[in-house]
Design a protein around this ligand. Structure first.
Ligand SMILES: NC(=O)c1ccc[n+]([C@@H]2O[C@H](COP(=O)([O-])OP(=O)(O)OC[C@H]3O[C@@H](n4cnc5c(N)ncnc54)[C@H](O)[C@@H]3O)[C@@H](O)[C@H]2O)c1
Ligand SMILES: N[C@@H](CCC=O)C(=O)O
Length: 555
């Protein structure tokens, strides 16, 4: 069988198609896309529980050990049983990936790029409804949230990562002395990349593996146990698009066991992680131990996009109607399970009545329930662990004299993991709710005296659990927007003016935060792709050297 090796068919340069954002489908009543999605949902339900194998050394394999996930909207229903990789599977995966690397890194960029462009078309076309349905039933997103993730953002990541790779390759020295020629060889890393993905975005798993692979790396993918079926679909799409099987190895299973086996290998060269800060810190620390003990050939790169405690700051000059609508969406869409979700809001005293009246009105038509019912704005939270954690927070908040409940404050776990969207006003800025990432539909507000705007900004910067992912200022006064942008410069990696903290679009807003929110390498940018390269600088001289001595040495 012919393989993708260094070829001769492309001479010189070529121009890739311009990356474009996938247009969203809206699933309005009686729309053709709604009918197709309903069909995909029916078909998927009829196959439950789904079986997800490993894919190691070019072969899929089911193991006797398995992990089970249930439907978050209907926890009596098993959703997926995924195989679990053993230490030996991990070792085989590394061996096969490193073998595949020899030809993959020499594969012309035109061929690597085309595979991901084709994958984007498969996502946007042939598999769109399967991906959206899998994300709805498996991860509890409603049709719109699943569409913007598993269809649009996934296709965008594939298309834009190809463009960003082109941008990286085009970064070449612009100055050459006469008779000299300098170049940069954007080598992939030596060794292999370990990608660990979260449950909450199908697209993120696709991005964590595709970015490094486009740059010529090989990748071991450990998907989230609660997003495993959608990840498996993404993996199969990449294979169908022509990705040689061993370039990415698919390794569901016990996170700690897999990580331990990966971290034992000398050729571990990078971690590409998205998930919670605590898990990233522990993975960072274990890698550092390996660095200290000289276990690895390289100094492994650590790339991590992690947790947030994101804020909306409302100024007295703000358009309150706009601020309210954005706050409802940012705090409650996908039940607050976005790293970018707004979970603390600061309201000026003079506009509080207006804000609270309007937010209560906006909440009236907001419904909570299964994602298959299109009228539901919020679905369930992902699993019992998340539900129990949020319930504990709500129960405590309901009995806390420092908090006033404005709406919500209840939950129902009888059929699915449902939490009512909840707003509490705290009478002190010292409340722990301003620091804790809840990852659920719970918003805490603080009402500040209008003339304490500057003090409140100072607190916003220092509270928030040390996270600095996203934040927003709502104001009509231009000087206030400038002041907030300057004062809160390090409080958020994505800072929004008069719009919500969620919904970064690939190609428009690259994404990530620093401090405890991660390494801020910016998903959706050429910057993060550069972390998966080890550039080599080349210089060639065409004029022979005439003398050893400098002119100044001569008498
Ligand atoms: N900043 C971002 O771009 C971004 C995007 C999405 C999610 N997130 C964050 O992710 C979190 C929610 O996702 P989650 O619940 O899947 O996160 P998580 O940290 O629980 O899990 C993420 C991944 O790490 C794995 N993992 C968990 N424990 C591990 C261990 N001890 N060793 C090795 N791997 C381990 C999981 O199996 C999963 O694949 C939130 O904190 C959210 O803010 C951040
Ligand atoms: N990039 C997404 C958040 C991803 C994290 O969960 C947003 O901007 O809302």
């Amino acid at each position: 069988m012919p393989s993708l090796k260094a070829g001769v068919a492309t001479s010189g340069n070529f121009k890739l198609p311009n990356a474009r954002n996938e247009e969203n489908l809206h699933y309005a009543v009686s729309s053709p896309e709604r009918a197709q999605l309903d069909e995909a949902l029916r078909a998927l339900r009829s196959k439950l529980p789904l079986h997800v194998p490993l894919y190691v050394s070019g072969m899929s394999r089911s193991t006797t050990q398995s992990l089970t996930s249930t439907m978050p909207s209907e926890h009596a229903q098993e959703f997926a049983k995924s195989s679990a990789a053993s230490v030996e599977d991990v070792q085989n995966a590394i061996r096969s990936a490193l073998e595949a690397k020899k030809s993959w890194q020499k594969t012309p960029f035109v061929d690597r790029a085309t595979i991901f462009l084709k994958a984007a078309e498969l996502v946007a076309g042939k598999y769109r409804y399967d991906l959206v349905a899998a994300t709805m039933l498996g991860q509890g997103k409603n049709a719109w949230q699943a569409e913007i993730d598993a269809a649009a953002e996934l296709a965008d990541f594939f298309r834009f990562n190809v463009s960003y790779a082109e941008e990286v390759y085009n970064k070449q020295p612009t100055l050459n002395a006469p008779g000299n020629f300098g170049r940069t060889d954007w080598r992939p890393l030596e060794g292999f990349v370990y990608a660990v993905s979260p449950f909450n975005f199908t697209a993120i798993g696709g991005n964590l593996v595709s970015g490094p692979a486009i740059m010529g790396n090989v990748v071991l993918w450990k998907p989230s146990p609660t997003g495993v079926y959608a990840s498996w679909l993404v993996y199969q799409i990449l294979l169908e698009a022509g990705l040689p099987p061993n370039v990415i190895q698919f390794l569901p299973g016990d996170a700690e066991l897999i990580t331990k086996a990966v971290y034992e290998h000398k050729e571990f060269s990078a971690l590409n992680f998205t998930g919670s800060s605590d898990v990233f810190r522990s993975l960072y620390g274990k890698a550092a131990e390996g660095v200290v003990s000289k276990k690895y050939r390289d100094m492994p790169r650590m790339v991590g996009e992690t947790s947030g405690k994101n804020f909306h700051l409302i100024h007295s000059s703000a358009d309150i109607s706009n601020a309210v609508k954005h706050t409802v969406r940012a705090a409650f869409e996908y039940s607050g399970q976005k790293c970018s979700a707004c979970s603390r809001v600061y309201i000026p005293e003079s506009r509080t009545q207006d804000f609270l009246e309007q937010i209560k009105k906006e909440m009236e038509p907001v419904k909570v329930g299964p994602p298959e019912d299109y009228q539901n704005f919020l679905g369930p939270v992902i699993h019992k662990g998340a539900f129990d954690k949020i319930v504990k927070i709500i129960d405590k908040a309901n009995g806390d004299s420092r908090l006033q409940n404005i709406f919500g404050g209840s939950y129902d776990g009888s059929r699915g993991h449902y939490i009512e969207p909840s707003l509490y006003v705290a009478n002190t800025l010292d409340h722990e709710l301003f620091d804790q990432e809840i990852f659920g539909p719970v918003l805490v507000a603080y009402i500040y005296p209008d003339d304490e705007f500057e003090q409140v900004m100072a607190r916003i910067d220092t509270q928030g659990g040390g996270f600095a992912l996203t934040g927003a200022i709502f104001a009509n006064d231009r000087a206030v927007l400038r002041q907030a942008e300057d004062t809160l410069r390090y409080s958020a990696g994505n800072f929004y003016l008069n719009c919500k903290t969620t919904g970064a679009v690939i190609g428009h807003q690259s994404f990530g935060g620093s401090r405890s929110s991660g390494t801020n390498d910016k998903a959706g940018s050429a910057n993060v792709l550069m972390r998966f390269t080890s550039p080599r600088t080349l210089k060639e001289e065409m004029i022979p050297l005439q003398s050893v001595l400098y002119p100044s040495n001569l008498a």
